[in-house]
Design a binder for this molecule. Structure first.
Ligand code: MN
Length: 249
């Protein structure tokens, strides 16, 4: 079993180190990750600059690009053989509901899925990065079961979120749907020291909602959330309705 491990928080992130160690007994592990923070870069691909790779002392490879670049380079050029699984994370912070559309962690898993390789994105909903260390045995156990499945569905990735509590207190594992999230006051408009206006996206409060099976509720109730995601965004329920608009040229 060949495993490619990547993330969007960069190769220095504790979450990446925990994930690489958690799966070290499951097969041959290759770590290829961005050389810096690339959170919220979504599925972006670097097309207008060259990409450079470096090898770290622990034989990891860093790329001066996005998580998607890492997966593209890993599979297209850097690995001698295709990996059997791509694991992305452990992200510092939750990737629930609408957040999956912005997440570089989830995008890396999506890119693998597009390239026909089963993939799992893993995120930790807590703020304390040091607490990730105690998740090591649980991660090994969970991922061993997932990568060991011979029937991992095609064109699907798993989005796993770990609740912000000690693993010994976890209520169980729930298979969930994506909830919804809205940010409030997350756009700042201000002036820099020379008096020029600037804008800053981020921060603020967030509010979430979703049905009883949603990922948010599972995390809130102390469960590990596992959401199967597929990449087809077509709204099949609306095909007929929009067809009946009878749009014409
Ligand atoms: Mn991140």
């Amino acid at each position: 079993m060949r495993l490619l491990v990547t993330n969007d928080d960069g190769y220095m992130a504790p979450g990446l180190d925990v994930l690489a160690r958690a799966v070290s007994g499951l097969g041959e592990v290759h770590v290829i990750a961005p050389d810096r923070e690339q959170s919220a870069t979504s599925h972006s691909l670097t097309m207008h600059f060259p990409l450079r790779v470096r090898r770290t002392v622990s034989n990891w490879i860093t790329v001066d690009g996005t998580p998607t670049d890492c997966v593209v380079l890993a599979i297209g050029a850097l690995l001698e053989e295709r990996p059997d699984f791509v694991l992305s994370g452990v992200n510092h912070g939750a990737n629930l509901g609408d957040d999956v559309l912005y997440s570089g962690t989830v995008a890396a898993a999506m890119e693998a899925t597009i390239l026909g390789i089963p993939a799992v994105a893993i995120s930790y909903a807590g703020k304390d990065r040091d607490a990730l260390e105690e998740w090591l045995p649980s991660l090994t156990k969970l991922l061993e079961q997932i990568v060991g499945r011979g029937d991992f569905p095609a064109e699907t990735l798993l989005n796993v979120n770990l609740p912000p509590i000690p693993p010994s207190k976890v209520a169980g594992i729930k298979v969930t749907t994506l909830g919804r999230r809205a940010y409030m006051d997350s756009l700042t408009r201000a002036q820099d020291p020379s008096g020029r206006e600037y804008f800053w996206i981020g921060g603020g409060e967030s509010r979430w909602w979703g049905g009883p099976d949603s990922d948010f509720r599972a995390i809130e109730a102390g469960f590990i959330s596992v959401t199967p995601l597929h990449l087809d965004l077509t709204n099949y329920r609306l095909l007929q309705d929009v067809g009946e608009w009878d749009l014409k040229l």
